[in-house]
Design a binder for this molecule. Sequence first.
Ligand code: SF4
Ligand code: SF4
Length: 358
Amino acid sequence: MASKVYFIRASRDQGDDAISEKARTLFKAGGFSDCFRENDLTAVKVHVGEDGNTTYITAPCIKGLADELLGLKTKPFVTDTTTLYVGRRHNAVDHAVLAAEHGFGLEGLGVPWIAPDGLSGTCAEAVQVNGEINKEVFIAHGIARCQSILSVAHFTGHVAAGLGATLKTMGMGCASKHGKMAQHAALTLEISAGCTSCGVCREYCPADAITLDDVQAYIDQDKCIGCAECMAMCRFGAVRCNWGQETEVMQKSVAEHAAGALKGKENRAAFFNFVISVTKDCDCFDTPNMPKMVDDIGILASTDPVAVDAAALDLVEDKAGRTLGALIRNKRLDPRCQIRHAESMGLGTSTYELVQVD
Ligand code: SF4
Ligand code: SF4
């Protein structure tokens, strides 16, 4: 049976307040209030934007959604897990300060910021998923224990997963550091001849696995945890991966972690994909004004995390006239892998009915 995906046109040019109202209109049109109950501890999963990034989904864009949850008398909290790479989201304190600076919290949204994975990202629950890659996954405690979830995903490309949208938000974004490492564990990376020995990758490496000489960087494979942060941060394309089976393992692992994050929350989660500022790379980049792959499309929402990603991907590819795989940084990645694997696990269906809302 097809899942309903609600869609409203929107663009960044209309301004944050207009985007917020459109998201709120979608929330009402789709009847998403049915997912939430009075006194629920409701996680509003966001990405607060890396310091310097200007294309993430801002706090004012989700004010209407936060107000809807408050109106339903749930106890919403905005939240995101800490990163593997060393930056301003690496621990809960720095992350909370960045979130507050970007308006995510009581002052900006009227709901508190809560770190779901503890001070340093290790506070987790093991969740059985019996997947092809993982029998159990490690999900941030605050996600595993909340009663309902409103997921705010920004549709972008991704350096290792191909597609960054709802499944990636639920899988990687809701995993503890242990869970994130498990997802990245399949990747083996090497430094190629294009390396300028600038040292940026070493700054971001969470495992102290990179050394430098005057010529290039080197990765100690015994220390490397496969997080791909060096690849994400290298501006010279010098970090190479054995794209193919390894990345497919990672993409499947992302889908299995999404299944873990959502276990026990059937019909208790709503998934919003913001398909505006569709950049090649995700919001973890500290780069301002990253170029868009396609013009802004709008916002999609569903109670089905597979359908909402499938529908958003189809709209992007229709608009671009090309596959997402042809637009992203590494053209050998198949961005649909996460969707297929999540569907095979029973997380949802890629068969959907698009319901346009005005
Ligand atoms: S791999 Fe890239 S980021 Fe690392 S030192 Fe070489 S050029 Fe710099
Ligand atoms: S060398 Fe390994 S651990 Fe270090 S940033 Fe690169 S992938 Fe991550």
